[in-house]
Design a protein around this ligand. Sequence first.
Ligand SMILES: C[S@@+](CC[C@H](N)C(=O)[O-])C[C@H]1O[C@@H](n2cnc3c(N)ncnc32)[C@H](O)[C@@H]1O
Length: 261
Amino acid sequence: LLKLDNYKGPRLEPGHVWLAGAGPGDPGLLTLDAVCGLAQADVVVHDALVGEQVLALANPQAVLEYAGKRGGRPSAQQADISRRLVELARQNKKVLRLKGGDPCMFGRGGEEAIALAEAGIPYRIIPGVTAGIAALTAASIPATMRGVNHAITFATGHADADFDWTALAKTGQPIVIYMAMRNIEHIAAELMRGGMAPDTPAAVIVAATTAEQQVFISDLASVGKLVHELGVALPGLIVLGDIVTVREQLLRLVAGAGAAR
Ligand SMILES: C[S@@+](CC[C@H](N)C(=O)[O-])C[C@H]1O[C@@H](n2cnc3c(N)ncnc32)[C@H](O)[C@@H]1O
């Protein structure tokens, strides 16, 4: 049983906004402060990536407002969302702005914080477990491994991002790419053009930490085709680099230990 008597969470005051991360999907990966916000909020303004199990932890009186921007669903403009947060705070509501992962990792939390600060609204930012870390760990791929890598890069693969992938290829270090499912064929071609080996191990991690989690292993030359064939609608991350091979090593060891038992 949980024993949280010694945890005195912060108070969400009327007229204040908390910009909080909800983690990658599993409610077990929420921070205590995010749970505290869910318990106190009058309004929870959430993204599409925030799942039902997380929203179910909101206090029953809280109004849940969808402000997501995922393909297929009506999309809210960022400026509208920021305006809405200011409006709710000015109505003296206790506002929880809940975003998937960490609010400031490819989550536009920085822009919302600036909008709130400009409007003179008191706010607090509550970090969350970003998908780029959680998905790797959940897939048995260590983000760093002694003797394998000295650095790791988190990048967006969104087609709008004007980015020199060939320069990134030259670091020789693993790359975790968010929002890359539509653009990975182009990205992979650019990375190979920059000198990244076509047989660099690749993993596609879909719906990490949820019941739908799936992990697919490939290499840089084939990952674009794989993603294309999978055609997944769920959120996915792509990991490129030798850290990916640790997964196979771990699975083999675990299977071997099971067989020996
Ligand atoms: C707009 S970004 C938001 C990232 C978020 N702020 C974070 O820190 O994880 C959305 C992208 O995050 C990745 N993502 C989020 N949740 C995920 C999950 N459970 N499994 C795999 N990828 C995920 C996907 O690449 C998705 O397209």
